[in-house]
Design a protein around this ligand. Structure first.
Ligand SMILES: *Cc1c(COP(=O)(O)O)cnc(C)c1O
Length: 221
């Protein structure tokens, strides 16, 4: 794997307004350093313990994104440093992030994770549920949260039309929310969708952040 070359390749393919989160889960700190030396600063991890261990030993200007299932009791471990939690799938978790960010006197950016895949195993709010919740919730009740946008994962399938329609659904929800519940929320700008196998489709559907792991770092063991 030539990690630096893989990043350079992706940077060329991504429109300039699209950000790249290098998903480094399961890969050692040395691999992250290789990406860092190639100029990469945004990294994604999906386990609190692994993220905390890596954050301690890696450069402090890395922008860490949490992208996995997060238990409430783990929020306090990452709250001192995490930049964005992309996988907020319940109000209970949101409350805990707000509380722990407050304790650290920090603002933590979050993305709401939306369940767009056919697979039951994937997490997230249902699109209609999400609209209903945010038509009632008061954004001011979360002073230590910056609402950054939405995140979603498409079904793991070779059917490109299906993946496209799922990303389309996510973009529509994003536009709906941005013109209603999040109308006065300037930070609500990001649509995080696209991984190694489907990022090109995601880009064509309006993604602003792609989360790419295997293409950069190779297969996970
Ligand atoms: C692992 C993971 C990715 C990256 O997947 P690749 O297929 O390796 O690019 C992206 N998003 C989430 C939420 C992940 O868990």
């Amino acid at each position: 794997m030539n990690i630096g070359a893989n990043i350079a390749f992706l940077k060329k393919k991504l429109p300039t307004h699209v950000k790249l989160v290098a998903v480094s889960k399961f890969h050692p700190a040395e691999d992250i350093m290789e990406a860092y030396e190639a100029g990469q600063r945004l990294f994604g991890e999906n386990r609190a313990q692994e993220l905390t261990a890596k954050q301690k030993i890696l450069p402090q200007d890395i922008e860490w994104h949490f992208i996995g299932a997060l238990q409430n009791n783990k929020v306090k471990d990452i709250a001192p440093f995490v930049h964005t939690i992309q996988s907020v799938d319940s109000l209970k978790l949101l409350h805990e992030i707000n509380k722990q960010a407050g304790k650290q006197r920090r603002i933590i950016r979050i993305f709401l994770e939306i369940h767009i895949a056919k697979e039951q195993s994937k997490h997230g709010f249902e699109p209609e549920e999400c609209k209903a919740i945010w038509s009632k919730e008061d954004l001011n009740a979360y002073p230590n949260i910056r609402f950054g946008g939405l995140m979603g994962m498409a079904t793991f399938t070779d059917n490109k039309e299906q993946v496209k329609s799922e990303f389309d659904l996510l973009r529509q929800l994003f536009c709906d929310l941005k013109s209603s519940s999040f109308k006065n929320c300037e930070s609500f700008t990001e649509l995080s969708m696209g991984m190694t196998d489907d990022y090109e489709i995601a880009l064509s559907e309006g993604s602003t952040i792609v989360r790419i792991g295997s293409f950069i770092f190779g297969p996970r063991t």
